[in-house]
Structure formats: C-alpha cells, structure tokens
Design a protein around this ligand. Structure first.
Ligand code: GLN
Length: 482
C-alpha cells in the first residue's frame, strides 16, 4: 500500500528517490487490487495517468518542477477535465466527455499534478451516503458494510484506503466534511468564493465550493494554496490578494478560544460521537486552548432553509439537461415535449427528481413568498448566529454528524431522515463560512469519527493551523483500515 501523504510524496519526487511514473504505477497497482471492494473510483484511464506522470518527470528533469509536480490526485466526478468522462455519477452524463477543464483542476494540473482517476459521488452531489450514485454505492474502507458518507464518498474512500494521496471534493451542505469524518481523513470546505466554481458541475450555486481532502491538515493547506484563485469566469469568485494558507501551521494553540455551541452538544449524538468530541476537547485544552460555550439558536431551522434553497437552485441548474445538446437522450418519443420528459425521466435518479420537484414547487407562483423568500431570511439569521458566536471565540468545535457511518441501505429508505443527518454541516454553507473536518478517534464499532473546526470568513489558515497542531499531538489521522 503506497501510504504517502502529499508532503511525503513530494519529498520523494523532489529528492529523486522515486519518479512520477514509478509513483503513479505504485498507485495504479494498489487501485487495481483495492478499488473493486470499495468502488471509490468510477473512471480510470491508465494511459492518461502514465502520460501525465511522464510529463511530470520531464518537468522535474528540466528543473522547473513545483512542490506538486508528479504528485498523484483523484478528482470527484463533478469536475470537468478535458478528455475524461465527467458524469457527476449520473446516467444523464454517462456518455459525457468534458471538452474543457475546471479552473480548480487546471490550477493543479498546471502545477504538475497527475490525475489518477474520477471518484464516486452521489448523483449531482445530492445525498449524504453516496448511495445515490448511478455507478453504485462507495463502501467505507473501514467496514465494507457501511457507507462512506456523501456526497464526496469516493474521494474520502480512496484517500482513506491510501489509493490516492489526496483528492478533491465539493461541499454544498457538508459533502467534504461528512464523508471525511466517516472515513477518517481530513477535508476542508473553504470560504464561499475562495475557489473557482468554473467547470464544477453546478448543484446549488450559492452554496457549492470545492475543497481538498487528504490525510492531514498540512496537505490540505498545501493543496489550497494552488487551488485558490480569482477567476473571471465565475461571477462569485473573490478578487483577493494571494494568500499563504500554510502560514499558521506552526502557530501554537495556547490562548485560542474554542467555542462549543450548546445546540450541537446534545444527547442526540451517539456515544461514539460524544467520545470523539471529548477527545478533541481534551487535546485542545492540553495544548492551552480555552473552551467557551456559545450558542447558535437557529440551528434547527437550517435544515428546512437549506433544503428549500438548495433544491430551488438545483431545479434551475438542472434544467439544462434536456437531451438536446449533450448527455443522455431518450430513444423513444413522439414530439419535442416528450423527448424532454422521457430524457429526464430516464436520465435522473429518484433523489435528483425529488429535489427538482421540491425546487420547482417552492419557486412557483403563489409559493415563492411562503417558502423561498422565507428560507432566504432564515439564511441571514443563521449567518448572524455565527457572527454573534465569533465575538466570543476564534474557532467553533462541532460534530459532523450525529453518528458514525451508517450501514448500507439504512438511510436511503427515508429521505427526510437523511436530510436530518446534515444538521451539523449545512449551517456553514448557508453562511458561506470555512470549516474543516479532522479525525478524532474510532468508535466502539471501529469506524472513524471526525470533528469540525469552523472559522469566520477567510480564516482557513487559522483552522488549518489549529488542525495541524492537533495532528502533531495525536495520531487519529494515521489510523488506516485493517
Ligand atoms: N447532504 C446534502 C445534500 O444532499 C449535502 C450535499 C453536498 O454537500 N453536496 O444536499
């Protein structure tokens, strides 16, 4: 098993102890052996991977390599990547080969990274278990009878199984943090607007944000340095001075104020989740941080607000899949209307259809004020809660989910139950804040459990630094599946 962090892989390449082609081959061999059991990758293309690795070796030989040159990476199937099938794990895009590349992917390719493959996900990033994939569920590497979490389940699984050193995910309502938590890895959702959304297939545009998934917070910081950029082709991309997200990695935790939202520390959390939170609190205290209670009173309302708004945006974003220009087209139809409806009936899975129906309903004349407008107002209240809390603390500590990874087929029978499990992640997206999940122990069932560090706007460096300090003083992030 090629168990390298990004930093280790980079050092081996720079010191010429391994070539990019050798490293890629090591990973491809491990993928062949291990991927069938976890279904983390859904598209592989050995020739493309090895060609990119050979190019990286040429760059290294010519002396114009970056720290990322030759380091392999896995991309969630949501990112357009020229020449690669980009299906968003949907039948609708099963035949779609991207003609252009997402900015965030291009930034990493420009730095010389080598694409290992495309990772499994919930169809169009809608879901919390990765069971809504057209290509079948991804399986938790720690226990194949359990889900990975979702929607970036494939990315979490391949990093956890050590068949990719790092991966990209996307987080609309928790889809980086929650699977990272369930699979024992580290993942960061940046402040909305820090990373370009151009070429990342849209689910709910005012929430969607790409982020790094890795073994360590340090690797996440290194990747984010290259991922983040201003992009004219994304109208919500922020024009800011270049930032070094690794700058606080050596900042001690002494004196840092950690807020514990009382609405998040409830008996509804499983004993294992409570134990993981306690692990994190003990470690933070030991390192000299100060724990203070804070309150996020609108927590409960964030679920209805999110599911109204995200579904509304999804219903308009997904109207483009009509069988006309690209993607699936029904074979049988009598007229144009039937071509549209048969195409959409065949191409979308049931969860995607449910979201489109909810979204169309809440945007329709007569219901707009009652649902959409009200949800927008709640969104503001949720964001205000965080601003009040950040007057009392620097970083908020929170669970990612009320339990560890559920068993396969346990949550997908009941969509509302699945929506409720997002209670601790979606408020961050409603507010547009950065948040990170890092491992904080194994539960009694042997499944990993992570905790979240939530920061105020543009405090990525601060939460990455705090997580790195925690990882220097603990070994939960080094635990691998048996
Ligand atoms: N579980 C949430 C949803 O289904 C979040 C998904 C995401 O972050 N992409 O919408």
């Amino acid at each position: 098993m090629p168990n390298y962090t990004l930093k280790q892989a980079s050092n081996l390449l720079q010191s010429k102890q391994i070539s990019a082609v050798e490293l890629a081959n090591e990973y491809l061999t491990a993928i062949n052996a291990q991927n069938p059991a976890i279904n983390g990758y859904i598209t592989l293309d050995t020739d493309k991977t090895l060609a990119a690795a050979a190019q990286a070796d040429a760059q290294i030989a010519a002396g114009n390599a970056t720290a990322l040159t030759g380091v392999p990476i896995a991309f969630k199937d949501i990112f357009c990547h020229t020449g690669w099938r980009t299906a968003c794990a949907s039948k609708m895009l099963d035949n779609f080969v991207a003609p252009y590349t997402a900015t965030v992917v291009q930034n990493l390719l420009d730095a010389g990274m080598v694409t290992l493959g495309r990772t499994n996900m919930d169809e169009f990033a809608m879901g919390s278990t990765n069971e809504n994939s057209y290509y079948g569920a991804a399986k938790n590497p720690f226990n194949h009878h359990h889900v990975t979490g979702g929607s970036s389940g494939g990315s979490a699984a391949v990093v956890a199984a050590r068949i990719a050193p790092v991966a990209l995910g996307s987080d609309t309502g928790g889809s980086i943090r929650q699977p990272a938590s369930h699979c024992g890895i580290t993942g960061l959702k940046p402040t909305y607007g820090v990373v370009s959304r151009f070429g990342m297939i849209a689910y709910a545009s005012s929430f969607d944000q790409a982020g790094p998934m890795a073994q360590t917070a340090e690797d996440c910081a290194i990747l984010l340095n290259t991922m983040a950029s201003f992009d004219e082709r994304d109208s919500t991309s922020l024009e800011r001075e270049r930032e070094d997200f690794t700058r606080d990695l050596n900042q001690p935790l002494k004196g840092l104020k950690i807020g514990l939202p009382k609405e998040y520390f409830t008996p509804n959390n499983s004993a294992d989740v409570q134990a993981a939170l306690q692990n994190a609190m003990d470690l933070l205290k030991q390192q000299g941080a100060q724990l203070v209670e804070v309150s996020l009173p609108q927590t409960e309302l964030s679920i209805p607000a999110y599911y109204v708004l995200a579904s509304a945006e999804a219903s308009t974003n997904l109207s483009r899949y009509d069988g006309v220009r690209y993607g699936h087209r029904a074979k049988e139809f009598a007229n144009l209307d039937e071509m549209y409806s048969n195409t959409r009936a065949e191409g979308f899975g049931s969860e995607v259809k449910r979201r489109i129906m909810i979204g169309t309903y809440v945007l329709s004349h007569g219901y707009y004020d009652a649902y959409y407008l009200k949800a927008q107002k709640l969104r503001r209240l949720v964001a205000n809660d965080f601003q009040a809390a950040f007057k009392q603390c620097d970083i908020i500590l929170a669970p990612n989910a009320p339990t560890s990874a559920p068993e396969l087929n346990s949550l997908n029978q009941d969509p509302v139950q699945a929506y409720l499990s997002d209670i601790y992640t979606i408020a961050v997206n409603l507010a547009g804040l950065p948040a990170l999940s890092l491992p904080a122990g194994l539960g009694a069932d042997g499944l990993p459990i992570g905790v979240q560090l939530i920061g105020n706007y543009f405090s990525e460096a601060k939460i990455l630094g705090a997580a790195h300090q925690m990882q220097l003083n603990s070994d939960w992030h080094t635990q691998t599946p048996a």
